[in-house]
Design a protein around this ligand. Structure first.
Ligand SMILES: [Zn+2]
Ligand SMILES: [Zn+2]
Length: 332
């Protein structure tokens, strides 16, 4: 489907700044009508009839001929219909501005790293996620001890009290996220966290207009293990927090059972900025909700030498900085 403006025929996109649909051609808001793709014509642009190069997992893309953003109907329906989405909260201009501020002092980055033309290539991606819900009952029994010692005259007394410690917890886990995208590196997505899941909204395809999106690449069953591990660790931790106040405690029983579980499919926003320098790609990822940046700065040899030439005395510091910035990092 494509969102067209009823006033001017332009492509209406979702604006993170305005939090509504917006026509960038005539400045009107919420002026869209939906033009659907003919069933089975997934790869044909509904506006210019051009054949769009669609990858296996593409759910939304930009037509390379007419530049309109297309949502691929069959990839957001049926089994691929997302239940929830965090819509982009930060628009391209806001992200460009924050990139400039964050990297102002990175003197080794090549000059055109943050140039206007380069930053224009930044693209908003919706990354597919599975969200796991669990209702868990955790049951604990142990023997707690408290020891009290005191001296009276020449005698030292020790009193040991024994307690039957029982705890029963009902724990409700909601929206434990696991990313379901093969191309998106897991380490990057882990660094992108946390998202504020209070902003999860019911899915609406309009949020995808103006961005690219993937449908999930992996079924929930393949990813559930990661969510279960997190749930198991958190359950143990929560139980542990209930067991304070004793000198020592001997565990007799510690069991947890899952009473109910559910999976929901959803999309999370990430800005991607691919910088190519001396034949190598430097991908940058920016959390589309919080602005957190994950990436690696390319080093400009010319700039390193120029800097070393003017500041000999700082040479050792410069080299340690080089080491630091060539590692992957994340900025909040
Ligand atoms: Zn318009
Ligand atoms: Zn087109």
């Amino acid at each position: 489907m494509i969102f067209k403006c009823v006033n001017c025929g332009g492509n209406v996109v979702y604006s993170p700044e305005k939090k509504k649909m917006f026509c960038p051609y005539c400045d009107s808001e919420d002026s869209q009508e939906i033009k659907y793709v003919k069933w089975g014509q997934l790869t044909v642009c509904p506006d210019c009839n051009g054949v769009i190069p669609v990858q296996e997992y593409t759910a939304a893309t930009r037509c390379p001929y007419c530049d309109n953003y297309i949502v691929l109907d069959e990839r957001v329906e049926g089994e691929f219909l997302p239940k929830q989405i965090i819509p982009f909260q930060l628009g391209k201009e806001t992200v460009k501005q924050s990139m400039r501020e964050k990297f102002k002092k990175k003197v080794f980055a090549p000059t055109d790293f943050l140039s206007e033309v380069r930053l224009e290539t930044m693209e908003g991606n919706y990354v597919p996620f599975w969200f796991f819900d669990y209702d868990v009952n955790a049951d604990y029994q142990g023997e707690g001890r408290k020891v009290r010692s005191w001296t009276s005259g020449n005698t030292e007394y020790t009193e040991t009290s024994y307690y039957d410690v029982r705890r029963n917890l009902d724990i409700h886990f909601r929206d434990i996220p696991v990313d379901a995208s093969i191309p998106m590196p897991d380490a990057v997505m882990d660094l992108m966290e946390p998202y504020d899941y209070k902003q999860l909204a019911d899915f609406d395809p309009k949020y995808l207009s103006g961005f690219v999106a993937e449908r999930y690449n992996m079924p929930a069953a393949d990813l559930e293990k990661r969510a279960r591990t997190k749930m198991g660790d958190d359950t143990k931790e929560l139980m542990q927090q209930q067991l304070t106040g004793y000198g020592s405690i001997k565990e007799i029983r510690n069991a947890a059972g899952v009473l109910r579980e559910e999976q929901n499919y959803g999309l999370l926003p990430v800005w991607k900025y691919l910088y190519r320098y001396k034949g190598q790609d430097y991908p940058f990822y920016i959390n589309g909700q919080t602005g957190k940046i994950v990436g690696e700065v390319p080093l400009s040899a010319a700039k390193v030498w120029a800097y070393a030439g003017t500041l000999w005395i700082c040479l050792s510091i410069i080299f340690s900085t080089v080491l630091l910035v060539s590692l992957a990092f994340s900025l909040v």
